[in-house]
Design a protein around this ligand. Structure first.
Ligand code: SF4
Ligand code: SF4
Length: 309
């Protein structure tokens, strides 16, 4: 068969590029009832772009014509949180090189290798920016399940994972979905300081620190306890039992870590240096916010700190 791509070939390329797992699913419509519930409750807050391309989110073949297979690739960022030594906190996923670029480059490398062997292969790589239900596709690919905190959760790597996809016009060996291992646990739900985790594995972004410190481009609701976070939030991730059991990795992005430490140190000692943050924005996912937003987040944490002391 000349339009068939064996999964073991993909897995070996995935290993070579440092992904921790990968799987394949055939392209079919996806259940978007939870997305509709989330939007209907205005849990997306000001992220109005989430209302767009609902048809493509449901039917990926509208985004990639002739799509037959989606391969999902996971990359763990489950390593030491360097912000634990500081008063101010930055989510772990931002303490490294921007995953959008890192993963896209790796996926494009895989596509290039494949196209030397499969001349009719049409394939395109995505990381977090297109209207693709990435977590649901990773579940379809048998890589994990959606935890109550709405995150993809895996047995071996916990929930601190990035997801990337290759969508192509070849068929493959499709992996079976695994069961949901949350059971009666609701530790993550209880861990959220603002009760942002709602039923049906959805997050009310209006109450979520991650949304307030990054995506909310308007005034932050200062009633939301930022818990010292100035970018993102790891609380419900750290709380997950599967995350604690997960295989740890070694973050080798020392240049990013140094800059993160400098920013945190500056925030802790009131010597925040805009130039250091400018350098950090260039290489980390923190480019999603402007300097003014970070300064505002620091100031809110300081105000909240004063109220509690
Ligand atoms: S990221 Fe933080 S604020 Fe948002 S749901 Fe999880 S614990 Fe709550
Ligand atoms: S903390 Fe418990 S309920 Fe939440 S995602 Fe992890 S296993 Fe599931």
């Amino acid at each position: 068969m000349n339009d068939y791509l064996p999964l073991p070939i993909i897995k070996s390329l995935s290993d070579k590029e440092g992904f921790c797992d990968c799987g394949a699913a055939d392209v079919k419509k996806i259940d978007i009832s939870l997305l509709k519930y989330w939007l209907a409750n205005n849990y997306h807050a000001n992220m109005k772009y989430m209302e767009n391309h609902i048809d493509k989110r449901e039917d990926i073949s509208l985004l990639v014509p002739n799509a037959k297979t989606i391969f999902c690739f996971l990359m763990s960022y489950n390593d030491e949180d360097i912000s634990k030594n500081y008063k101010f906190k930055i989510a772990s996923y931002a303490q490294r090189r921007d995953y959008h670029y890192v993963i896209k480059e790796k996926l494009n490398k895989i596509i290039k290798v494949l196209q030397t062997q499969y001349s009719c292969l049409q394939a395109v790589a995505f990381v977090d920016t297109a209207p693709i239900m990435e977590k649901e596709w990773a579940v379809r690919c048998g890589l994990g399940w959606i935890g109550k905190n709405s995150l993809l959760t895996t047995k071996h790597f916990g929930n601190k994972i990035f997801i990337g996809e290759i969508i192509c016009n070849y068929s493959s060996d499709y992996t079976k979905e695994i069961k949901n291992y949350c059971g009666s646990c609701h530790i993550c739900v209880d861990s959220c300081p603002n009760k942002a985790i709602k039923n049906n594995k959805t997050i009310n972004s209006n109450l979520c620190i991650s949304y307030q410190t990054i995506e909310n481009k308007e005034d932050v609701n200062t009633d939301i306890d930022l818990n010292n976070y100035i970018y993102g939030c790891d609380i419900c991730l750290n709380a997950c039992i599967w995350n604690n059991k997960a295989i740890k990795i070694n973050n080798q992005d020392d240049d990013v870590k140094r800059l993160v430490c400098s920013v945190l140190n500056g925030a802790d000692n009131n010597t925040f240096d805009e130039n250091i943050f400018r350098l950090l924005r260039k290489i980390s996912p923190m480019n999603r916010i402007k300097i003014s937003k970070l300064i505002s987040n620091i100031s809110i944490v300081n105000q909240q700190d004063k109220k509690t002391t």
